[in-house]
Design a binder for this molecule. Structure first.
Ligand SMILES: [Zn+2]
Length: 164
């Protein structure tokens, strides 16, 4: 039977999903521990890590590359930490586990859907459909595929919008 593994992002840690309440295994990446540094949840998380209730795992570079490639294609704005968490979930899935991302971040949820990775939101309602982004010029209205940053015609800075 596949093991159920919760992959925690910083918002999950802040919201107090951790630690050790769920029977299932919980994992995160080192950077989340660092992001939680100044928060009151830090001590709780560190205690959970020390007690072996939350494991710190580094995803292999192959999984990281796959996620990065997809991020470039969809134009999602995600941090390096987010990419690591997604790569970790992807890696666990391929290893035969049953990962579930715990996150309130829409961009992470969007990418998770594209990879068929289940996620659980903490407080906010999740996205209903997978979004694809496009870059739109606010001055002349021209549209470009990501990762374009400036309008080729008028030079304005492009803004990111969901593609219809
Ligand atoms: Zn323009």
């Amino acid at each position: 039977m596949p093991r159920k593994v919760y992959v925690l992002d910083t918002s999950a840690v802040i919201a107090g999903f951790v630690p050790g309440l769920a029977k299932a295994e919980q994992v995160t990446v080192q950077e989340v521990l660092e992001e939680a540094h100044d928060l009151c949840s830090k001590l709780e998380l560190e205690t959970a890590v020390a007690a072996g209730k939350v494991r710190i795992v580094s995803p292999p570079s192959q999984a990281l590359d796959e996620i990065r490639k997809q991020v470039t294609q969809t134009g999602d704005v995600v941090s390096a930490v987010d990419i690591k968490l997604l790569a970790l979930a992807l890696y666990l899935k391929r290893a035969g586990d049953e990962p579930e991302l715990v996150t309130d971040d829409y961009a992470i949820q969007n990418l998770a859907s594209l990879f068929g990775l289940p996620y659980q939101r903490i407080a906010m309602p999740g996205i209903k459909e997978v979004l694809r982004w496009e870059m739109v010029c606010p001055a002349c209205g021209r549209r470009y595929p990501p990762p374009a940053h400036r309008c080729e015609v008028c030079g304005s800075r492009l803004v990111r919008k969901p593609r219809r």
